[in-house]
Design a protein around this ligand. Structure first.
Ligand SMILES: *[C@@H]1O[C@H](CO)[C@@H](O)[C@H](O)[C@H]1NC(C)=O
Ligand SMILES: *[C@@H]1O[C@H](CO)[C@@H](O)[C@H](O)[C@H]1NC(C)=O
Length: 337
């Protein structure tokens, strides 16, 4: 086009209008979204030849995922903490599903599980490892806690996961397999003190470095970030018992800085938030796990639950002062006597 031959008005007629720019942008975005969904929908077709190990199958997400994948002909090896949990799950699933007792904080127990799994998978290797075992540990304002209170969650959620992953890496490398780690929105926003948020933040960081290191071996790493779900981890009666235990243990001078009614207010606030965000449909999480294990192109991160997708994860991208403003409202302020 030679503008030299045209008047300014004639040239304007060839320039796209603002509406045209918007229309083109909309079309491009729609095409991108469609391609993304299409890519997401590609599934692997040889699931019956693949083995997946899931930790923490006694209850909750692990238990549901084990039964879900079992129905899809995946060879599931379900690791449970207790014999009773293992027996119950075995009774509720096909003969293909194997159970193994595994305590993720005990190196010897992990070694026995590795032997069991390597005999099961033979030279095919392990296709998937789902690090799901988790616990909450004591939670409360930070000056109610002692160093040991942090260990429960850190030992199981973080060190346990690292221990399991390290020992199973050789089998995973053989299969060019996948690791799925269960983190939490609390790995992004630390709105409750105690070991739990720290452990989940560690899971995010460890998984990100594992993804980068292991991509050279064809392995894929996904992180699931559930919001609030009804599992053993969010049972209000257990949380209440534990918070009361911490409060009763406190020296009087610290209690005085909070005021006598604080512990009840604290529990009331916590129950209120949990009631709003506690999804009871655990399949929202296990469907993400299933996608991470069975899709041709698994995602690096999956948010699970409306509260995670629409609220917590977006909030984590805001400046810290915005997060503090909102998370700071989740618990009452101390009223010193
Ligand atoms: C798991 O192993 C740890 C460390 O050996 C031990 O302290 C804990 O009691 C074990 N838990 C169960 C349920 O066996
Ligand atoms: C999962 O987390 C554990 C410990 O945080 C780590 O060892 C492992 O590499 C992670 N794996 C994935 C797939 O994120």
């Amino acid at each position: 086009m030679h503008y030299g031959f045209l008047s300014t008005q004639e040239a304007d007629a060839f320039m796209p209008s603002c509406e045209e720019y918007v229309a083109v942008a909309c079309v491009l975005i729609s095409v991108a979204v469609l391609c993304w969904y299409a890519r997401d929908a590609y599934r692997l077709d040889d699931l019956h030849a693949k083995h997946v190990l899931i930790t923490g199958c006694d209850s909750g997400f692990g238990n549901l995922l084990a039964r879900q994948l079992d129905r899809k002909d995946v060879n599931v090896i379900a690791a449970c903490l207790t014999d009773a949990g293992a027996a119950e799950l075995a009774a509720a699933s096909s003969r293909r599903l194997r159970t193994v007792v595994l305590n993720v904080t005990d190196g010897e127990s992990i070694r026995r599980a590795v032997q069991f799994v390597s005999a099961e998978v033979g030279d095919r290797g392990l296709w998937g490892l789902v690090n799901n075992a988790g616990c909450l540990g004591p939670l409360g304002p930070i000056d109610w806690l002692q160093l040991e209170d942090f260990s429960a969650a850190l030992d199981v959620n973080l060190m346990g996961m690292i221990g399991v992953t390290l020992q199973f890496l050789p089998l995973l490398k053989v299969a060019r397999g996948r690791v799925v780690n269960v983190s939490s929105i609390m790995g992004r926003l630390s709105f409750i003190s105690g070991g739990y948020c720290i452990s989940k933040c560690g899971v995010q960081s460890f998984s990100d470095s594992l993804r980068l290191d292991m991509r050279h071996f064809g392995m894929k790493v996904s992180i699931i970030e559930p919001g609030g779900f009804k599992t053993a981890v969010t049972r209000m009666d257990l949380i209440e018992k534990d918070v009361k235990r911490l409060w009763d243990r406190l020296p009087q001078d610290i209690r005085d800085t909070y005021g006598p009614k604080y512990v009840d207010d604290y529990l009331r606030y916590q129950a209120f938030t949990l009631n709003i965000v506690r999804n009871s449909d655990l399949s929202k999480v296990t469907n993400c796990m299933e996608h991470a294990l069975t899709a041709q192109y698994p995602r690096a991160r999956y948010g699970a639950g409306w509260d995670a997708k629409l609220f917590w994860i977006p909030l984590s991208y805001f400046p810290t002062c915005v997060g503090d403003l909102i998370c700071g409202r989740l618990f009452p302020a101390p009223k010193a006597v």
